[in-house]
Design a protein around this ligand. Sequence first.
Ligand SMILES: *Cc1c(COP(=O)(O)O)cnc(C)c1O
Length: 455
Amino acid sequence: MTDTLAAATSAPRATVTQERKIVTSIPGPKSQELHARRMAVVPPGVSSALPVYIDRAHGAIVVDVDGNQFIDLGAGIGVTTVGHTEAGVTAAAAGQLDDFLHTLFTITPYEEYVRVAELLAEHTPGDHAKRTVLVNSGAEAVENGVKIARKYTGRRAVAVLDHAYHGRTNLTMAMNYKAAPYATGFGPFAGDVFHAPSSYPYHDGLTGAEAAARTIAYLEKRIGAVDLACLVVEPIQGEGGFMVPADGYLNALQDWCTANGVVFIADEIQSGMARTGAYWASEHFGLVPDLLLSAKGIAGGLPLAGVTGRAEIMDAALPGGLGGTFGGNPVAAAAAIAVFEAIEQHDLLAEGRRIEKKLKTRLTELQDRYDIIGEVRGIGAMVAIELVAPGTADTTKEPNAAAVSALAAHAAANGVIILTAGTYGNVLRFLPSLSASDELLDDALDVLAEGFAAL
Ligand SMILES: *Cc1c(COP(=O)(O)O)cnc(C)c1O
């Protein structure tokens, strides 16, 4: 440990009070020093939204190396959903550290992997027989979902929706909507990936039935069901800007998939694991996905991801066709079991609904005052506002990325981490930990309100 960090890291994380506190300019001197070191050894392709270097974190607060405390409304993009350093999660991971760190499940297996698969089977929609394969990242879960769907159907094509985000591997780069920065210059890309129109009620004004008819027409005409292995959808799009599809849209897509032998895959990597006041966003729409992809929040901060799905589909891959060296790492799996326990013990699904109410009440008040807030949307602790140019909220809805950047910068300078999103960069998204109290959220939203006043 360097001298710079020694002083700051001496305080245990239990001393992290759940309050905002700014004691230096942002970024502070120690962060600036670390940032200079980082720029010498880490390429700019790995960027950071906010170059403050974190020393410790607990609940909904992260503390930087200069002693500034930030209210974290991003949770590492919906990863620390149960809270930073949740006591049960850290205890489970620590316990597993003492037992063993690695054997490789495909050589000599262990119970933690099996237990995570049981919990995912129990807590995902549908009471059919299910299987789960565990991997390391969301993109890897997407890759495996597509592999499995292709093997099961014997078909080649993959369909995704406009404004989707699925990852940074070669296949998933081809599945994202946005070229820059995710795909620019990184080709050639995987073929047979088709981008179908989605449901974006604020912009398209279509009912669920109308939007579904448009999507299905594309799938039938541009691809043809006989060649389509799977349709991959985020029930609520994450990076795209938290679009909640119109009523009935996703159900119509699932019905069409079922009728045509197409595997319906829900990418719940951002929307899942208690993020929306239900275990999975699919539940809000009454969906029963054939395959459900999880990652981000499932292990409380440790890297873990899964593909959970119908036994007959999951069983299609040959023995040895699925897996990987670190997939279902025992420490990450132990943490995931503790995340499920925390959700049950602390009734975290109810916390998601509380947070939705708080965020939507405050953001709707702001919308009444500032006409650049075109829409307040989302479910549970997954809420966003879309910002438009003055006077266009009910007409052309011109994206206002400048206001989003200014507001995120104002928030950061005042101790609140707010993430941006949206194909046009004009969405502020709120995905706090479920441990964020109403008091803390009010404080964060007061800072945001000051930001609006200052625009
Ligand atoms: C983050 C994300 C991914 C990719 O997950 P990684 O762990 O970053 O590979 C895929 N799909 C969605 C919806 C995501 O939000």
